[in-house]
Design a protein around this ligand. Structure first.
Ligand code: FAD
Length: 274
């Protein structure tokens, strides 16, 4: 049985949050294990992430937060984790977080590993911790093996599962999974999947995140970029096939980066018979 989870980002307004509750409800039929809510670069959405988790949970939706250091000290981070525990949250996604633009070199980098360790040291309650993983190698990594070494340290610090950056090469995922296993990482590694809905945004984001859009795919999306419907139809076929390959190859679940848009994710999930 393949588990699914859905990722949202926190809307800016209360009305946006109400819309997001409806979006989550539209996806509820796929029986997701959880819905996660991202945390803006540098902690910029701390209050909005919390408010979104509160609104979703009040509607009976199993929302869990992403968490990073932002600019916070340890006590502030732990206070936030305790607030989430008080809401019934039993899982978080712990990340270094993207460095906010303009932060320059002044910002001290604290890695996700330190966050996982802090939470395990200071929180007794049962709390599952997921961490990020990078089949195509994190852009800051010196080498692919070093990146896997740091992932292992996050797991050794107490993470119980990994969710990957999205990718469009299934082989990258399988190769990465095998290397992780060979390095002693034995927790579930769930592929993150990004539906394709907009060419320009996908290229911009992928280039920044170190995600490869295979050449054939880039060319085809470029041809379709001015025909919204054709691009979505083609994107849905490609991503459905990717997911099917991942499931057939033993992926334990799929984490969808929904971009707060139910339809493209729902179509792929339906195609997969989830
Ligand atoms: P880390 O594990 O700290 O790794 C970052 C880099 O540092 C890697 O190159 C790694 O090899 C290296 N490294 C790790 N540990 C050490 C160490 N101890 N010493 C030296 N180098 C080290 N960003 C957000 O801002 N908000 C979100 O909500 C968010 N959600 C995400 C969800 C998922 C599933 C994923 C995969 C990513 C998400 N991101 C999010 C993006 C993420 O924050 C960035 O990719 C960030 O650059 C790295 O985060 P990390 O937790 O993987 O960092």
């Amino acid at each position: 049985m393949v588990e699914v989870s859905f990722e949202f980002f926190p809307p800016r307004t209360q009305r946006g949050r109400a819309n997001l509750v409806r979006t989550a409800q539209r996806l509820a039929g796929f029986l997701p294990t959880f819905y996660s809510v991202t945390y803006g670069a540098g902690g910029s959405t701390r209050d909005r992430t919390l408010a979104t988790v509160v609104d979703l949970r009040e509607a009976g939706i199993n929302a869990v937060p992403h968490l990073s250091w932002g600019g916070d000290d340890e006590d502030t981070v732990i206070a936030l984790v305790n607030e989430y525990l008080g809401l019934g949250v039993d899982r978080i996604v712990a990340l270094r977080g993207d460095v906010p633009s303009g932060a320059g070199l002044a910002r001290t980098v604290r890695h996700a590993e330190d966050l996982v360790r802090l939470i395990r040291d200071r929180i007794d309650a049962p709390l599952a911790i997921e961490v990020g993983a990078y089949p195509e190698v994190h852009p800051d990594a010196a080498t692919a093996q070093a990146d896997i070494g740091f992932l292992k340290r996050k797991v050794d610090a107490g993470a119980g599962g990994c969710i990957t950056q999205y990718f469009y090469n299934a082989e990258a995922f399988f190769h990465f999974r095998d290397r992780c296993r060979a390095s002693g990482i034995d927790v579930p590694i769930v592929p993150g999947v990004m539906p394709i809905t907009n060419y320009a945004n996908l290229v911009k984001f992928s280039d920044k995140a170190g995600v490869d859009i295979p050449r054939w795919l880039r060319w085809r999306l470029d041809e379709l970029k001015d025909d919204d419907q054709a691009l979505r139809t083609f994107g849905c076929e490609v991503v459905t096939a990717l997911c099917q390959t991942l499931v057939d190859g033993g992926a334990p679940g799929i984490h969808f980066y929904t971009m707060n848009n139910a339809a493209p994710t729902a179509e792929i999930a339906r195609n997969l018979g989830l």
